[in-house]
Design a protein around this ligand. Structure first.
Ligand code: PLP
Length: 368
């Protein structure tokens, strides 16, 4: 038996006919960039996220970067980021010219620990990047309270959290602005790269619309030095096919997660995901933690069971960030996670049989 970590091919083949129709629609329209499909998707996704505005951009990293730029955050500024996120969160700050300032996560939720944020704030701090890691929202109320106290912007990195709820409210509507990714493997994935910003701030939305399109409000008139980062018509059309499936897909992920959590409960030396009572995660990833992580992963792979590690090296230890001189021991929670986390197979079409098989294989191997 061979079990993929994520069967992306099967996920997309479900919608093959609808994709072909969408392609025909785009071809027949004769319009390939910033046309009706992108506009319609922006409207639909803003509504889905319970936000006022959505601006389609080239990818998730650009979404985060353009938000920072639109807020005028750059050289000499600091942006608080989780120490254990995907490096794109940090890169967004770096692209803008700002310094990413890491804060360690809560050991139970793996999201940024609000109790540690204030100690990292300096007179140069301008924003907090609240990453909804693995599909579970960060604890936004205390984060927003700190932001209000210090006059900071809160930017949700919602790249893993399309549809996740925090106290009944949707990811993408919780901070001042949010960046989403439609990278193929995300809960809502395109057939290539794509991203979006959601916000209720009309002025910010307009600035990002201009920035994503060369800084031009009117063709060939450039108010600012902008970028070329737009959501293609074709990807927008694909996303319009997939958005109506998202809630059902997320619900199925929830069922897979429930099976894992029930089946693996009490397994020695295995920490299961923790879900606070205010949280409804969308299970982008189901991440367990074990001091025998590498042995477990090796044993599962020998059985043909795919797993992944999110993420094996924290950003502060990446050569890309050597400039700050961070060393091992500076962010011990992120460092421990890097050697202990293991993402189990998860997807909107994963069968109970497959999930049960993985549980059995895993259970027999903990505490070896
Ligand atoms: C995927 C991801 C991004 C970047 O999105 P891209 O579309 O790949 O640029 C940013 N942050 C997090 C947490 C992600 O998982």
């Amino acid at each position: 038996m061979s079990i993929p970590f994520l069967d992306l091919k099967a996920i997309n083949l479900r919608s093959k006919d609808a994709f072909h129709e969408a392609l025909d629609r785009v071809l027949d329209s004769g319009w390939l960039i910033l046309g009706k499909e992108a506009e319609a998707f922006e409207f639909e996704f803003a509504a889905y996220c319970e936000s006022n505005y959505c601006i389609g951009v080239g990818n998730g990293l650009d979404a985060l970067h353009l938000i920072l730029r639109a807020y005028g955050i750059g050289e000499g500024d600091e942006v608080i980021v989780p120490s254990n996120t995907y490096i794109a969160t940090w890169l967004a700050a770096s692209y803008a010219g700002a310094k990413p300032v890491p804060v360690e996560p809560d050991e139970r939720t793996y999201n940024i620990n609000p109790d540690l944020i204030e100690a990292a704030i300096t007179p140069n701090t301008k924003a907090i990047m609240a990453v909804h890691l693995y599909g579970q929202c960060a604890d936004m109320d205390p984060i927003m309270a700190i932001a209000e106290k210090y006059g900071l912007k809160v930017i949700e990195d919602a790249a893993q959290a399309h549809g996740a709820l925090y106290k009944g409210r949707k990811a993408g509507s919780l901070g001042h602005a949010a960046g989403f990714s439609f990278y193929p493997g995300k809960n809502l994935g395109a057939l290539g790269d794509g991203g979006a910003v959601t916000t209720c701030d009309a002025e910010l939305a307009e600035k990002i619309r201009v920035l994503r399109n060369y800084g031009s409000e009117r063709k060939y008139h450039n108010a600012v030095k902008g970028y070329n980062s737009r959501l293609d018509e074709l990807q927008a059309a694909v996303l319009r096919v997939k958005l109506p499936l998202l809630d059902e897909d997320n619900a199925h992920r929830g069922e897979v997660a429930k099976l894992y959590s029930e089946g693996l409960k009490g397994a020695p030396n295995l920490t299961l995901p923790f879900v606070p009572e205010w949280s409804s995660p969308v299970w982008h990833l189901y991440v367990v933690r074990s001091s025998q992580r590498d042995d477990l992963q090796g044993a599962l792979h020998e059985e043909g069971i795919g797993t992944m590690i999110h993420y094996p090296i924290p950003p502060h230890l990446q050569p890309a960030y050597v400039e700050f001189g961070w060393k091992e021991g500076d962010f011990p929670i992120a460092e421990a996670m890097a050697v202990e986390v293991l993402s189990l197979a998860m997807g909107p079409q994963q069968t109970d049989l497959v999930t049960s098989y993985i549980i059995e294989q895993l259970k027999g191997r903990t505490n070896v």
